[in-house]
Design a protein around this ligand. Structure first.
Ligand code: SF4
Ligand code: SF4
Length: 442
């Protein structure tokens, strides 16, 4: 198989980054890559998908990686996994010798080791320039589940119809489940035995970077976790603060201690983002010596959330404010500026944030329990969003009343647009087609 054949196969199969961002995988592949990295850091607290897949499906995942390395003509594939995932490391070590060009790299147990720029630096020593993508330093990064989906398409001719999701927090039986794409959050909570409390909020996607959702929200190809959490815990309470409240807080209590900048993972790698300067400018306006770059540098924040969930001793919200600000800049048509990188901070090693301390700071330690992996197919209905990834939404190619079988094509991206195909995740009747989604009842 050559690279163009692989790209077509992955676009047809609907393979996208399963770790959260959802970039179509075919569009990442390039013969300029000399290194393919498997991102097995899984650094969002409570999420337990990738480490378990690397035990139960290790040969398929390494097979997918080997295929990517060979097809791209890369020199090596690196399986980057955290030190504490000992069972995953054992499973990988037991068979990695069978795969030429693959090697394992042990990551420290820090947050955000899974940020792909941090991951590339940890595993290869290369720094991706700010505002650029990994291929400019010869790297392609894929998620564990994505590598599994590559294998399933190429060696088993299976399209992407399922998703692995951890359900944790205030539920009776925390679990990690493989489910059809398009089930609801309510379905997932029912799988976990229901909630243990009536007073809760639901975060989809992880406590650091996820968002608050309702029970009717749909599982998509990028959903990694559904967390049922007490309203008082920091990941929920922070998200419920308004922008007005956050700005007032910044004006009244930001001490300019600069801890948010000192621990910012992108700043430590030489990036221009300095959240404490942004907070000062937001609270006081630009003063002499400041420049408009303080605002423009918000483009180089990757919204990891460390500054507001961990670093700030005043419980301020730099990330939320930076998100608002850069969203406004984009809407106004402002483009990210070109900025040279500075050298990596010599204090970087000492300033990494241990994951276990982050979990305690977030009030999540009681919920950090096993969430065993199982597979579930018995769902009466699914609603498949036409927008499952970055790029153009799919155009439906089925009509209401049609019978479809699991794995059948039901939507395609517009000709020439960035995007991947969509397939029925259960067999049944198409009960509705809207400009947002396709509903199927078994
Ligand atoms: S850590 Fe908090 S108090 Fe310190 S500069 Fe940053 S926002 Fe201000
Ligand atoms: S969210 Fe905060 S810590 Fe993370 S990259 Fe942005 S400024 Fe840095």
């Amino acid at each position: 198989m050559n690279i163009n054949e692989l790209k077509s196969a992955l676009q047809e199969a609907g393979v996208v980054g399963a770790g959260g961002a959802g970039f179509p995988t075919y569009a990442k592949l390039s013969e300029d890559a000399d290194t393919v990295l498997l991102n097995a850091a899984e650094c969002e607290p409570l999420t337990k998908v990738d480490r378990q897949l690397l035990i139960q499906n290790v040969r398929e995942i390494l097979g997918g990686m080997q295929l990517l390395v060979e097809t791209l003509g890369a020199n090596e594939g690196i399986i980057a996994v955290k030190k504490s995932y000992t069972a995953s490391i054992d499973a990988i070590s037991a068979c990695i010798g069978e795969y030429q060009k693959l090697r394992i790299h042990i990551l420290p147990d820090v947050y955000p080791a899974g940020d792909e720029v941090v991951l590339i630096y940890e595993a290869t020593g290369r720094v991706v320039p700010q505002g650029k993508i990994p291929i400019v330093v010869g790297c392609v990064v894929v998620n564990v589940e994505t590598a599994l989906n590559v294998y399933r398409k190429v060696f088993e001719q299976k399209n992407v119809t399922t998703k692995f999701v951890t359900v944790a927090g205030l539920v009776r039986q925390p679990l990690t489940a493989e489910v059809p794409v398009g089930v609801t959050v309510a379905d997932m909570i029912a799988l976990a035995g229901g909630t243990t409390d009536d007073d809760y909020a639901i975060i989809m996607g992880g406590p650091m970077t996820g968002r608050i959702v309702t029970e009717s929200e749909l599982v998509t190809k990028t959903t990694k976790a559904i967390l049922v959490l007490p309203p008082s815990c920091p990941p929920v309470a922070k998200r419920r603060m308004t922008t007005k409240f956050n700005i007032r807080n910044a004006m009244s209590v930001c001490s300019q201690c600069s801890m948010c900048t000192s621990l910012c993972p992108r700043h430590l790698l030489g990036g221009a983002i300095q959240p404490h300067e942004f907070m000062r400018a937001l609270a006081n306006g630009l003063t002499s010596g400041d420049s408009v770059n303080t605002y423009l540098n918000s483009f180089f924040c990757v919204s990891c959330g460390l500054c507001e969930m961990y670093s700030c001793h005043q419980s301020l919200s730099p990330r939320s404010l930076l998100d608002q600000y850069k969203g406004g800049l984009r809407q106004a048509g402002v483009k990210p500026p070109e900025r040279p990188m500075k050298p990596v901070d010599p204090m970087r090693e000492e300033r990494k944030v241990p994951e276990h301390r982050l979990v305690h700071r977030l009030g999540l330690a009681p919920f950090d329990v096993p969430a065993p992996l199982s597979r579930h197919t018995d769902f009466e209905s699914v609603t498949l969003s036409l927008r499952q990834s970055i790029g153009a939404p799919c155009v439906p190619c089925v009509k209401k009343g049609e019978q479809v079988s699991a794995g059948q094509l039901i939507g395609q991206p517009p000709e020439g647009a960035l995007g991947v195909c969509l397939h029925a995740s259960i067999s049944g009747t198409v009960t509705d087609v809207t400009d947002q989604a396709i509903m199927i009842r078994s």
